[in-house]
Design a protein around this ligand. Structure first.
Ligand SMILES: CC(C)(COP(=O)(O)OP(=O)(O)OC[C@H]1O[C@@H](n2cnc3c(N)ncnc32)[C@H](O)[C@@H]1OP(=O)(O)O)[C@@H](O)C(=O)NCCC(=O)NCCS
Length: 240
């Protein structure tokens, strides 16, 4: 049977939600309620698609933009229909809709744990953006898809101060760890120069983000091996 794609309508909701619910790598929230999806489709006409085979819904992609950047989410193809080009067709349809709306770039959020999904996007040419900032989120007080009963409430200042204090404490601990690692590496490499003045917080964060747990483990293993080698050499020298 032939795979076909068409625009998504709110009547597809039950089938679409069933597909999302059984697809790996999906992060579903209250915005994925029927009312939430109805609002999304209304705001982003011509941008969301489904794939069908013999009338059965086997693929979906939600896409929209804020007038500046496109966003593509919840791309899913049913297990039975994978590997036949439907995922790529859905992505292409979304990107063409964005281009026609005058949008030049489209972001995709993929969970770190979704290795297959990350691989798929990179295969299609998506580049992974390395940020030195974080995305924060505020609750508006409203409900997804509903226009009634919204009331924005600020968090008490004491909560915010506690959060900031905890963040500062964590950064200080991380800086201390990095300083220790630098000092050890310097000593292994035979440097005796004093450590440079502490870097501003932003640079420290960038460095921390770039050094993955795997890299830290590798450095620590290499350092242990070097120390063992130096110790053995010193012992041999002592014997002569
Ligand atoms: C990711 C997914 C949508 C791909 O759908 P699909 O219909 O099987 O993909 P296609 O058949 O269109 O593949 C298009 C191309 O990507 C390649 N590809 C497919 N899955 C891939 C993967 N996991 N890693 C690398 N490449 C992949 C295909 O080989 C094909 O390559 P080609 O164009 O060079 O021949 C599907 O596997 C899925 O629903 N996964 C679960 C949900 C998910 O992870 N979504 C993405 C994160 S939001």
């Amino acid at each position: 049977m032939t795979l076909e794609i068409r625009l998504m309508t709110v009547d597809d909701y039950e089938d679409v939600y069933a597909l999302w619910s059984t697809s790996d790598g999906m992060n579903l929230g209250e915005e994925d309620s029927r009312a939430g999806i109805a609002l999304y489709l209304e705001r982003n006409p011509g941008c969301c698609f489904v794939g069908t085979e013999g009338g059965r819904l086997v693929g979906t992609a939600l896409c929209g933009h804020d007038g500046r950047r496109g966003i593509l989410r919840h791309l899913a193809v049913h297990q039975d229909a994978r590997g036949r080009g439907l995922g790529k067709q859905l992505v292409r349809a979304c990107l063409e809709a964005l281009a026609a709306a005058g949008i030049s770039k489209c972001n995709v959020s993929v969970m770190d744990s979704n290795a297959a999904g990350l691989c798929f996007w990179q295969h299609l040419g998506a580049r992974v953006l390395e940020y030195d900032w974080r995305t924060l989120q505020l609750a508006t007080g409203g409900r997804a898809g509903s226009t009634t009963g919204s009331q924005f409430t600020e968090k008490p200042m004491s909560n915010l101060m506690a959060t900031l204090r905890a963040a500062l404490h964590q950064l200080e601990q991380e800086r201390a760890t990095i300083d220790r690692q630098i000092a050890t590496l310097r000593s292994v490499l035979g440097h005796t120069k004093a450590a440079p003045a502490a870097q501003p917080a932003r640079t420290t964060m960038v460095r921390r983000r770039k050094m993955s747990a795997a890299a830290r483990k590798l450095i620590s293993q290499r350092m242990k091996a070097l120390w063992a080698k130096r110790k053995a050499a010193a012992q041999t020298k002592g014997k002569h």
